[in-house]
Write a protein that binds this ligand. Structure first.
Ligand SMILES: Cc1ncc(C[n+]2csc(CCOP(=O)(O)OP(=O)(O)O)c2C)c(N)n1
Ligand SMILES: [Mg+2]
Length: 829
């Protein structure tokens, strides 16, 4: 190259570099801040901001503004990974993709006319119309079309009230007459005292995408409690993914549709977002859509969140937020495609903020002009979306299409009136065929005992680790003790009983999944399910090395969340009935943070939706002087929820009982949630340990007292207090007081308890003894039942006095109280 040529070339490159860095400079500003100036609200109430950094003129700024400040506004500058940022920027700055506008128009007309027919036929009934964010339907259609190309076979969808009925028809493809039948309220006798309202019921169906691919739709049943369905949907998805293995994350796609006020306000959503990338909880990305009508009931955004837009909570994570104007349907479809491809490319959550309005009041019986008169004046004058879109695309014979679709819905409505049976809207997956709900029947009983040889063999696996593994000296000692337990030289404690139960189940091919705060080691240093090498921290999990071809055993430390994690595990149990799924609270009382999940799903799921779960809740419970928040798992609350055999509530009084209880839960075909009050100080207490022979036997709902015959006084109790009463009896050398443990509180073991009371027929005093205050514990539940079976004999109770807080904060006061309780138990007349 000549000197001159070289110079020219260098200069050209320099100019190009300057030009490209100028371009980059301008575009970077718009990539970062453009969404703030974007035109996102069809009605113009959500004003674009004037961003100082974007006040530039010129060709480059015009070009960048067109990309980043149109009807799509993307927040992605907070994503640290340059590859992800580039991916979005290339998509945004790249060519527009084509849209089948005729098909979209059809979807819009269908969605809006469905609402119209409901409005006209069932005036004054709630339906939570989708109108105002009707673009949700083409949006989901595009998600499905794109996801199917990338391997999706099922969409697992969670959503609340808004537009749900429309989604059931347009997306889950249930026949419209099935939804109309809900308004007719046919067949009320079938649901006396149970069932749920029509806009909470789950639905399943088949969607055919634009390419003719079939995607199964699973719309998850949902309570009124906003966002509570989020973790459940994600947990259900994870279970479905785990069932199929490596391709699971591509095949099962979770989609959550949120309200704007709920998205910003409800912590359970934040909890769900927080575990999206954690190995125990990830589903390879959830697509979140905010059906953002810029209002929550009567509350406007400036009252509903401190951030500019409700989506902002998601920005704490490295995930993109796509804001889009719900009235530019082609832009909505572009966003749907981009978000779905991004999810598949990076296995990441994505948020689509679909900004529109709400055509009617919160429900259709609500008058919004009282609180938002100007907004609703503007909405009244605003045409429906299908009209706007039809005009934009120059569609022909729109009125003719409207007439045909309207007639279809009116015919369906007529047919619904003549239905005599309530449609169920869904089919259950085959893996539920082997399991039963409803009332308990004796034929559900299973053998839970294991032969000694098998216990010994499993124990050996549980206490072994590779020769080159550097074990912690304390754990080494613990394993040596466990080895003695396995060979019968030492009584089995709870930790070992649990390990033996889990190991025996995975050996039989039954997967075990458990999560909770610090569950891998165990809050009380009792579990040690994962061994950590002291030299390099690599891990060895004995439970994953029990036998060839064993079931999976996964024990996870969870995020510091209760509602979010319990919801996830409940969801998991819904789609993995063959597995033993457990959630553990750090201390039992913390479960009250998950009360909505307990009330709405665990307790009422079967009653409302006919949906079963075999989830186990492990709730440490017991009065040990640790203060008001570390004593009570609130037995009373679970007993109050108990009805129609909806779940099992147990407090195993020794290690063998715990072993049998866990095995029973996994082996029985009766699938009911199991609430277990677990011990703390009793975990290693010799009195609560069991000879290994007891593991060869079975679970006893009532633990009879074999030490005393024909007692004059019978103390009935559950949990730790029983052991303290035994201790006291020994000290007193008392031979006339029997102490009976009720290890299964619900379903109530009437026959077993009656049999035990009959064994002591000369006892005149039957006393229910509990550690909890009079307004807590099992007292309210046990007294009437005990009186019923005690006949003529008197039944009294010993308990702490009623209290607004579960316990004293003073360890010494606790001891004094405990002593008084125990003394009274033996002496009170
Ligand atoms: C946890 C919870 N709190 C309160 C309510 C009562 N509630 C039902 S809908 C609603 C407003 C929801 O607003 P948004 O999330 O924006 O959804 P939209 O109705 O606007 O679609 C409220 C407060 C509820 N269902 N759940
Ligand atoms: Mg809203």
């Amino acid at each position: 190259m000549t000197a001159r040529a070289k110079n020219v070339s260098e200069t050209t490159t320099g100019v190009l570099e300057v030009a490209s860095s100028e371009r980059e400079h301008v575009f970077e500003a718009f990539r970062r801040w453009g969404y703030l100036e974007a035109d996102l609200d069809p009605l113009g109430f959500f004003h674009p901001l004037q961003v100082p950094e974007l006040q530039m003129e010129g060709e480059l700024a015009r070009e960048a503004r067109q990309v980043y400040c149109g009807t799509i506004g993307v927040e992605f500058a907070h994503i640290a990974d340059p590859e992800r940022r580039h991916w979005i920027q290339e998509y945004m700055e790249g060519p527009q993709s084509s849209v089948n506008q005729e098909a979209v128009l059809d979807q819009l007309i269908r969605a809006e006319l469905f609402e119209l027919v409901l409005q006209q036929r069932y005036l004054g009934t709630k339906r939570f119309s989708l109108e105002g964010v009707t673009a949700l339907i083409p949006l989901v259609d595009e998600i499905l079309g794109t996801a199917a190309q990338l391997g999706a076979v099922e969409l697992v969808m969670g959503m609340s009230h808004r537009g749900r009925l429309n989604v059931i028809v347009q997306i889950a493809k249930r026949a419209p007459e099935e939804v109309f039948a809900g308004f007719e309220d046919v067949d009320p006798r079938s649901v006396l005292g149970s069932g749920d309202v029509k806009y909470h019921m789950g639905a399943t169906g088949e969607y055919v995408t634009r390419d003719g691919a079939k995607v199964h739709i699973h719309l998850v049943s949902n309570p009124s409690h906003l966002e509570a369905v989020d973790p459940v949907t994600v947990g259900r998805t994870r279970a479905k993914q785990d069932r199929v293995g490596a391709l699971g994350k591509a095949k099962y796609l979770p989609l959550l549709v949120h309200g704007d006020a709920a998205f910003a306000g409800q912590g359970i959503l934040a909890e769900t977002l927080n575990y999206s990338d954690l190995p125990g909880f990830t589903v390879g990305g959830t697509i979140h859509v905010i059906a953002n009508n810029l209002i929550g009931f009567t509350t406007v955004p400036k009252e509903a969140h401190s951030s500019r837009s409700s989506a902002e909570i998601a920005r704490r994570q490295a995930i993109p937020i796509f804001h889009v104007n719900a009235e530019d349907v082609d832009a909505v479809i572009r966003v749907a495609r981009m978000a779905t491809e991004y999810r598949y490319q990076f296995g990441s959550d994505v948020v689509i903020d679909l900004i529109g309005y709400r055509r009617h009041g919160h429900s259709e019986v609500d008058d919004p002009t009282i609180t938002q008169p100007l907004l609703y004046k503007a909405i009244k004058e605003h045409p429906p979306l299908w009209e706007i879109y039809a005009e934009d695309i120059g569609a022909e014979d729109v009125q003719g299409r409207v007439r045909v679709i309207r007639q279809e819905y009116e015919n369906a409505q007529q047919e619904a009136g003549s239905l005599t049976k309530k449609p169920t809207l869904r089919e259950l997956p085959r893996y539920w065929n082997a399991y039963q709900g409803g009332r308990y029947k004796p034929e559900y009983a299973v053998d839970t005992g294991l032969p000694r040889e098998e216990l010994e063999e499993i124990s050996e696996r549980l206490v072994s680790y590779p020769a080159d593994f550097h074990i912690h000296p304390k754990v080494k000692k613990l394993l040596e003790q466990r080895a003695e337990m396995g060979s019968g030289k030492r009584a089995v404690d709870y930790g070992m009983a649990e390990a033996l139960a889990f190991a025996s189940l995975v050996k039989a091919g039954i997967p075990v999944r458990m999560s909770g705060q610090d569950s891998r080691r165990g809050t009380f240093n009792q579990r040690h399910s994962v061994l950590v090498d002291v030299e390099d921290e690599h891990e060895y999990v004995p439970l994953q090395n029990i036998s060839e071809g064993q079931g999976r055993c996964e024990i996870y430390n969870s995020t510091l969340s209760e509602a979010g994690v319990l919801g996830f595990e409940y969801g998991y149990s819904r789609d993995y009935p063959e597995a033993l799924v457990l959630w553990e609270a750090q201390f039992g009382d913390f479960a009250n943070v998950a009360q909505a999940v307990i009330d709405q799903f665990v307790s009422a799921g079967e009653d409302k939706w006919g949906l079963l779960s075999g989830l186990v809740l492990l709730l440490p419970h017991g009065y040990e002087g640790q203060g008001p928040e570390h004593s009570s798992a609130r037995i009373e609350r679970f007993l109050q929820l108990a009805a129609r055999d909806n779940f099992q509530i147990c407090q195993p009084s020794n290690a063998a009982q715990y072993f049998h209880l866990l095995r029973r839960q996994a082996l029985s075909q009766w699938r009911k949630p199991l609430v277990v009050f677990t011990p703390k100080s009793m975990l290693r207490h010799p009195d609560a340990s069991s000879p290994i022979e007891h593991l060869t036997q079975r679970f006893l709902s009532v633990l009879p007292d074999m030490e005393v015959e024909n007692a004059t006084r019978v103390l009935v109790c559950t949990g730790k207090i029983g052991h303290e009463l035994r201790e006291e009896r020994k000290n007193r050398q008392d031979r006339s007081t029997a102490i009976v443990f009720v290890d299964q509180l619900y379903p109530f073991p009437e026959a077993e308890l009656l049999a035990e009371l009959e064994r002591h027929s000369s006892a005149r005093d039957i006393v229910w003894v509990q550690e909890e205050p009079a307004n807590m514990g099992a007292l309210f539940y046990m007294l009437p039942r005990l009186r019923h079976i005690a006949g003529e004999r008197s039944v009294r109770s010993v308990k702490r006095s009623a209290s607004p807080s579960p316990s004293t904060g003073s360890a010494k006061a606790h001891e004094m109280e405990q002593k008084t309780l125990i003394t009274l138990a033996f002496s009170a007349k």
